[in-house]
Design a protein around this ligand. Sequence first.
Ligand SMILES: Cc1ncc(COP(=O)(O)O)c(C=O)c1O
Length: 408
Amino acid sequence: MTRFGDLDPPQRLLMGPGPVNAHPRVLRAMSADLLGQFDPEMTAYMNEVMALYRPIFGTENRWTFLVNGTARAGIEAALVSLVAPGDRVLVLDFGRFGALLKEILERIGAEVSSVDAPWGEVVPREAVEAAVARVRPKVVATVHGDTSTTMAQPLEGLGRICQEAGALSYVDATATIGGMEIAADRWGVDVVTGGLQKCLGGPSGSAPITVSEAAAARIFSRRHVEKGIRRDDIQDGTGLRIGANYFDLAMVMDYWSEKRLNHHTEATTMLYGARECARVVLEEGLAARAARHAAAGRAVTAGARALGLTVFGDDRYRMSNVTAIVIPEGVDGEAVRRRMREDFEIEIGTAFGPLAGRVWRIGAMGYNARKHKVLITLGALEAVLRAEGFGTPAGAGVEAALAAWNDG
Ligand SMILES: Cc1ncc(COP(=O)(O)O)c(C=O)c1O
């Protein structure tokens, strides 16, 4: 029988759209000893996680917790719990992850409409208002920062538009949480989900989520506790049963509440990781962290331009943490990525859909949104571009990036 070797991954610098290198403190926390799921120490850690993620989401929501699974698990749990078959839902679609929201909603059996923007742009506020008035949705769903296009949809005022129309709102903030401001309460949005593996600086596998009282009421109206764990103190709702068990947020929330309903076995090690991610974020401070990601984004953009490259998308709505760079005519994008990986141990991202083969995506997120990592990446990119026959002014990228980083 082949037993294979010890795990010994190369020391890659992950400068793509995520995952990124996890903060060493997070990896250390994840090697802590396991606990039983109803151990008072474990439930105390769960409560701490709830408290730690409230400021990160910009919310006072009681229901702030983790969904086990990657960011997509949080998205799916939110949508399947909020939306019943036949419900009208409006999606703001400006990239691959808007398309993902539609795909999940169609599988739920929702009546899905969308208001679309071309890749590289965002949906204008007037278009959102007009679509909400036309569709009269029960739920409006959007992505905050869509890594596929690197655009961030402005969300100020979205909640008011939805509330006035009687709709709940959902935001996928996977790619921005911990890097750009998330202001769930000020935006007035109802459910926001994230993931650890980008600006929060952890591994993928846990999806922080926050749920407003209004959304919680909708979810609990659909509560239907599975037969084997029914209890007299937990009453079913009158609404349509949620169309998933694992992602049934009514049961997940009963597990995270003092009721401690025995739904799933919380992923202890991921919870330790999520807790440490949040502690690192809050120790740095949310404003300082946003400023660090903004500096990294400015530096990548300025560096790329100084190398004679074009940055993709509308400057006004650029995410600070991921930048798409147009692959110049005559340059083999995959050969560049290969050389970056083989010669410099640096991963930069490829792209999907209409941007496949047209852009590289460079991320500077979480533990990797640091000056030296951005400068090393741009220096390597310059060397690789020259090796691939694309003439760039020597040293210009690093010089411009350094100036842009310091120009806060
Ligand atoms: C905006 C956005 N949403 C959702 C996801 C899906 O996350 P995961 O792969 O962790 O399920 C990603 C991952 O790249 C993302 O960028």
